[in-house]
Structure formats: C-alpha cells, structure tokens
Ligand binder design. Sequence first.
Ligand code: PBE
Length: 295
Amino acid sequence: MKKYLRNLGVVAGLSLTLLVAGCGADTTSGDASIAEQLNYTITGIDAGAGIMAATEEAIEAYGLEGYNLQTSSSAAMTAALAAAYENEEPIVVTGWTPHWKFAKYDLKYLEDPQGVFGEAESIHTIVRKGLETDHPSAYQVLDNFYWEQADMGEIMVAVNEGADPADAAAEWVANNQDKVSQWTEGVAEVNGDKLTLVFVAWDSEIASTHMIGKVLEDIGYDVELLSLEAAGMWTAVATGSADALVAAWLPGTHAVYYEDYKEDFVDLGVNLEGAAIGLVVPAYMDITSIEDLNN
Ligand code: PBE
C-alpha cells in the first residue's frame, strides 16, 4: 500500500512536470533553450525548392546538427506559421520575399552572417529553345514581361484571402492594362495556338504564372498551366515538353537547375527584382540571427 502510494506520487509528479513542460512551449518560458522551444524543428516546404538545399547548407554552416528540416509544402508551412502565430509560439520557417505572409504577420528574417542564403535575387523568365520561331507572339510577351513586388503582392494577398488564382490574376490584369499593354503592344494576336506554362505551387509562382497565362490567353493562346515539382519544371522547359516558366530564382536559389540545363533553354532575363530567401521567425521571438538557433 505504501509502495503504491509512492508510485502514485511519482506519477502525479511526472504529470505535473509534463504539464509544466507543455506550458513551457512559448517564448516566455524560463529555462527551455531556443532549440528546445522550437522542438529542434525548422518548418520547410517541398523538397525540390532551392531554399530547402540552402537550409541544409545553413544547418551545416551554423552547426545546427540537432535540427530537423521538415519537408512539406508551401501551404503546410503557412498553415503551421498561422497556428504558431495565433498562439505566440516559437517557430522558424523557410521564408521568402515576395510573400503575403509579411503583409499578414509581423515577421523577421534571421540574420545570416555567413551569407548562406545569398544576396537579393531576381526572378527570371525561361523559355524552351525554338519558342521564338514557333510562337513569336508568346516569345515577345514573355520577353517584355516585367513587374514589381507590389504587383505580385496584390494577387498573392487576394489568393490568400480565398480568391481563385485565375480570378485574382484576371482581376489584376483588368486593373493594370497600362502595364500589360506595354508587354503586348505591337504583338500579333493568334488563334488558339497551344502553350504550356509550368510552375511550382509556391504562392509567389501561383500568382505570376496565372497572371502571365491570362495575358497570353487574351492575345489568343490556348494556355495550359501545369504545376510540377521544381526539378520537373526545369526539365520540362529544357526538354521542350513545356514552353516557358516565369519562376526561375537566380543567381542562387535555382543555381543547380540552371547549371544543369543552361545549354538547353533560353533565359529571357529578369521579370521581378528584389526577391530574397532565408529563415524567418515571428517578430515576438527574441532572437535575431541564425546563430541564435543554437542557444
Ligand atoms: N521559393 C519560392 C522557391 C523559389 C520561389 C523561394 C520557395 C525555391 O526555394 O526554390
């Protein structure tokens, strides 16, 4: 009987500890290290994204070996961010700009003193060889396409608020005929020629691909938008099974894909400037640098 009581005491003590540990999963907790608070987890996205390879490099470079980079998807990452943010819980995600999350939440990039995530990036338009001869109108529009972060942001925010990407893109095109007409000016209309645009379901690329697809439709193309993994997207254009992508993050994020295929596509240059990738945390977290993840 005595022994039984003692065991009960141990169990009660244990559950109390568990309870306390459970409560400790927020940033105000006293003793848990940053790594413990984060459960040694970096919330990632799809495996083929350049930012995932960069994060693996960062784990190595900053000695974060205990951490696990979780592979998921853009949608799962933003869902995890939303849930943590709502409860002011610690979280670190693979993040990038442009992205609607910075408009919706108060977030910060962790400093990257070793420069693993590189400097500012540009997003390029890449087309298959032969597109200029086969579909000169599409080639010209894709070559002319250039917009600003705020433009892409309008579509991304609308989609995040529940709009269908095609509807949000069409609305942006309707409201921005001054810009769109600069891309289409003097371009001959076509009559139902088929075009395939490939992209990855990253929020930024969902926005840009639907937008340019709508512009091409408006000059008469029959446009198919195909969502693939990152490697598949690059392969499709390099092998000519797709016509174009507007989702090439350079010079860093997609360097591996670019190098692999650089003889096999045409780079039409920048369509958006000032993009960036890195590790992102809510502003309420009391850390400033990737190095602090070791604390
Ligand atoms: N991203 C968005 C991609 C490129 C566009 C940053 C998630 C990547 O990491 O490959």
